[in-house]
Design a protein around this ligand. Structure first.
Ligand code: CS2
Ligand code: MG
Length: 402
């Protein structure tokens, strides 16, 4: 039996921060797992280095489910983003190893492809409506079949979702950026913005929009109803989801499909949302929701209730977790769409993924395992660079959801 002989945590910042776990076996096989938690990276690095790595040494890398149970139940303290991201990193690395040992891509270990590629949605954005429309045109020319549309809300400087550099990155250096938010301005602006997109480009592509947890259930219901004729693919994160039953109210108010899940870390965050069919798409990811093993469980539960998948794929998810997600996406019957924002070219100096973007879809390669290599020398050239996600305040100065 091969055993785990080494596990190292690599923290690197090629354009943005990434934490990666590299597990090595006595047969010399290595596996990678993403452990990036934007703005709280070192907490996961420590959880891994100080608490999990000592438990991995000498254990059988083939027993993935047992390892998951051992780390989850063995911690006594359950769930939470730090714990679940750390467990995800171990789990993902073990799937990568299992694939390499078997000489199979991970999607084959998961039952084989149900589709060739995973349709992705790209992020069109702009400082105003004309800029956004130009960006939507660019994504259409690139062959995207699903496009998310966001623009800065007039009167709310620093609105989320608007790209400033090569790729969208909301985290800022030193202290968190403090932004201002007016729900009234947004509710007035969002229907105008999305109407402009449909008026210019029609209905032959999927249109998505992210509300980023900014509304109450009443406001979200009202917005969803106003958007119905625009036939959105989804309205994302209309309201914070700690109170799962609050989605029932949105559901009763509108037929606009609802997606949620990028901050979820376990099946318990979405069990009611799924089993009561309060959402249409579950957006949890491999990296933040306990790895391939746990995300697959969530997706299978969702399938029973006709909820489809739509995993988070922002720039703060490394090419390792994006690849893992795509391997899972192509196997699940209830796949919906995969978010894809791409990465800063610097990130590709460190991570060498083999998935390919073609015709608006990501195709995993048939390389054994996850098909991603990490260049440790390149990683060492980009030391950790502390960054924080923004904080959001209402116009009266009180803290709102970001
Ligand atoms: C966003 C993210 O991708 C999305 O839908 O909501 O960009 C999110 O803001 C970041 O992942 C936060 O780190
Ligand atoms: Mg989002």
């Amino acid at each position: 039996m091969a055993t785990i002989t080494e596990a190292t945590v690599i923290v690197t910042s090629p354009g943005r921060n990434f934490v990666t776990l590299k597990v090595t076996t006595s047969d010399g096989v290595t596996g990678l797992g993403d452990a990036t938690l934007n703005g709280r990276e070192l907490a996961v690095a420590s959880y891994l280095r100080d608490h999990l790595v000592p438990l991995l040494i000498g254990r059988d890398p083939a027993r993935i489910e047992d390892m998951w149970q051992y780390l989850y139940k063995g911690a006594y303290w359950r769930r939470g983003p730090v714990t679940m991201t750390a467990i995800a990193a171990v789990d993902t690395a073990l799937w990568d190893i299992k694939g390499k040992v078997a000489g199979m891509p991970v999607y084959d270990l998961l039952g084989g492809r149900a589709r060739d590629g995973a349709m992705v949605y790209g992020h069109a954005s702009g400082g105003d409506v004309p800029e956004l429309l130009d960006d939507v045109a660019r994504f259409r020319d690139l062959g995207y079949r699903a496009i998310r549309a966001q623009a800065a809300v007039p009167g709310s400087p620093g609105s989320y979702g608007v790209r400033k550099g090569v790729v969208y990155e909301p985290a800022a250096a030193s202290l968190p950026d403090e932004q201002t938010w007016s729900t009234e301005d947004y509710l007035d602006f969002a229907p105008r913005l999305l109407t402009a997109v449909r008026e210019r480009f029609g209905f032959d592509f999927h249109l998505l929009h992210d509300v980023h947890h900014r509304l109450t259930p009443t406001e979200a219901g009202r917005l969803g109803r106003r958007l119905e004729d625009l036939r959105l693919f989804w309205m994302e994160d209309p309201t914070p989801a700690e109170l799962q039953e609050s989605f029932r109210q949105i559901r009763q108010a509108t037929t606009t499909p609802i997606a949620v899940g990028e901050v979820f870390n376990s099946i318990w965050d979405c069990q009611q949302l799924i089993t009561e069919r309060l959402i249409d798409y579950i957006r949890a990811t491999v990296v933040h929701a306990g790895g391939i093993t746990h995300l697959r469980r969530i997706f299978h539960l969702a399938e029973l209730y006709q909820v489809r998948t739509g995993s988070h794929g922002a720039t703060d998810l490394s090419p390792v977790s994006l690849s893992a997600n795509v391997h899972l996406d192509v196997t699940v019957p209830n796949f919906g769409v995969q978010e894809y924002m791409g990465h800063d070219p610097l990130a590709h100096e460190v991570f060498r993924p083999t998935y390919e973007l073609r015709d608006g879809a990501l195709y995993p390669s048939d390389a054994p395992g996850l098909g991603v290599e990490l260049d440790e020398e390149a990683a060492a050239r980009f030391p950790y660079d502390p960054k924080y996600l923004p904080v959001n305040r209402r116009t009266d100065g009180s803290v709102h959801d970001w």
